[in-house]
Design a protein around this ligand. Structure first.
Ligand SMILES: CC1=C(CCC(=O)O)c2cc3nc(cc4[nH]c(cc5[nH]c(cc1n2)c(C)c5CCC(=O)O)c(CCC(=O)O)c4C)C(CCC(=O)O)=C3C
Ligand SMILES: [Fe+2]
Length: 375
């Protein structure tokens, strides 16, 4: 029998996120951190800097992480789970390395990590594993004991991630004028990534057109569209589209872009659209600018009514899902049979990223996977 209430062997959970600037002076150094060695054109950086400055140089992502931390702590406490929860970022304070150092000095030796990215891809998975390897290398150089780190599996198809988004889409549909509601389309959006990164996302056996990245998003989109149909009796046409493209224009990235899609739908006579950002865990800058500002302005220009549905953020169901994932993995690590909760056609994702999963353009050490140089 598995006891999915026992967190052993874990002695801490680490929430690992992207980070964002907290004032105008932070914007440029933040963008330098994000884009170091990643070949982003200068014009694109200037443009993205403007998005942040338009919001006072403050990304909402850090407060959203603080809210998720609070939700996780509240959920753990109410479930009688006595496990500290820490937070570190890839690109801004609190930096991952500093958090990990504190955790180790506090005596933590076996850490479960939750990233604020639900899907497979280099940017959403391996890059975080590289960040963990970098942080471990720093601690090693400082002569500190190294903790063992496990990354919790992809949670795109966990009901605690999907169900809040179903509610969000229902709410957005509700906000539309009843005259257009039944014919509204749903545009599920996610971060565009280079075609080459999409095609190689996920374990090697899943590599194919669009790879695990596109396949996983399509599964979530279908789940939400089906749930909405079951709840409303209306079959809303939908499509998976993309946003926040960067990189050089001659390199192919996933398309269509949300703005082009809105234009197409308008031309086809579609009377309203719900934009559902299923690729993101919180309403951070990519949502606030690319959807709420840019795409919404595009829709207004077209005279197309749109609503943007909420991401999961600090929804208590999501916090409970994190607890479930942690206890599931703890059971696995103890060598017992774990119950693995997942909706949709793909089933629960792997615990340990296999060799060749979401490869980097330039191979670097990555922790918490089969190719980790750390135990
Ligand atoms: C898949 C994916 C996610 C979702 C998974 C996850 O959440 O991890 C994500 C999230 C985020 N991306 C974010 C911000 C940025 N991403 C950039 C650049 C890039 N993202 C990429 C992919 C992704 N990004 C890629 C392939 C690039 C090109 C450069 C490279 O290959 O690395 C740039 C550089 C400028 C630009 O070109 O846009 C910025 C500023 C923020 C913070 C928002 C805030 O501050 O509120 C968040 C949560
Ligand atoms: Fe990004």
């Amino acid at each position: 029998m598995s006891d999915q209430r026992d967190p052993a062997p874990y002695d801490a959970l680490l929430l690992l996120s992207f980070g964002g600037p907290e004032g105008p002076d932070d914007v440029v150094p933040f963008l330098e951190n994000v884009t170091r060695g990643r070949g982003i054109p200068q014009e694109r950086l200037k443009e993205v800097g403007k998005h942040y400055f338009q919001f006072g140089g403050v990304s909402p992502i850090n407060d959203q992480c603080r809210a998720l931390l609070a939700a996780l702590r509240a959920d753990f406490a109410s479930a009688g789970l006595d496990l500290p929860v820490h937070w570190g970022n890839r690109n801004w304070t609190p930096y991952l390395t500093d958090t990990l150092r504190e955790m180790v000095l506090d005596g933590r030796r076996r850490i479960a990590v939750l990233t604020t990215s639900a899907y497979a891809s280099y940017s959403g998975c391996r890059q975080y594993r590289e960040n963990l390897a970098d942080a471990l290398a720093t601690l090693e150089a400082e002569g500190l004991p190294l903790p063992r780190i496990d990354k919790l599996r992809h949670y795109f198809n966990h009901p605690g991630f999907v169900e809040p988004m179903v509610d969000g889409v229902l709410k957005s549909l509700d906000e539309l004028d009843p005259a257009v509601r039944a014919d509204a389309h749903i545009a599920f959006t996610t971060h565009s990534i280079p075609d080459s990164a999409a095609d190689t996302s996920g374990p090697v056996e899943d590599h194919g057109d669009g790879g695990a990245y596109v396949e996983q998003h399509l599964d979530v989109a279908r789940l939400i569209a089906d749930a909405v149909r079951d709840r409303t009796g209306v079959e809303h046409p939908w499509r998976l589209v993309y946003q926040s493209r960067s990189g050089a224009p001659h390199i192919p990235w996933l398309e269509p872009d949300i703005c082009d899609h809105l234009e197409e739908l308008h031309k086809a006579g579609v009377p309203a659209v719900v934009m559902a950002p299923i690729g993101f865990v919180s309403d951070h800058m990519e949502v606030l600018y690319d959807l709420d500002t840019e795409a919404t302005a595009k829709a207004a220009e077209l005279g197309l009514p749109v609503r943007r549905s909420a991401t999961v953020g600090d929804d208590p169901r999501f916090a409970a899902a994190v607890r479930d994932l942690l206890l599931e993995r703890a059971a696995v690590e103890r060598g017992t049979v774990a119950e693995r909760c997942a909706l949709g056609a793909l089933g629960p994702s792997h615990d340990l990223c296999p060799i060749g999963c979401c490869p980097a353009r330039n191979e670097r050490p990555a922790a918490a996977g089969a190719d980790s140089p750390y135990a």
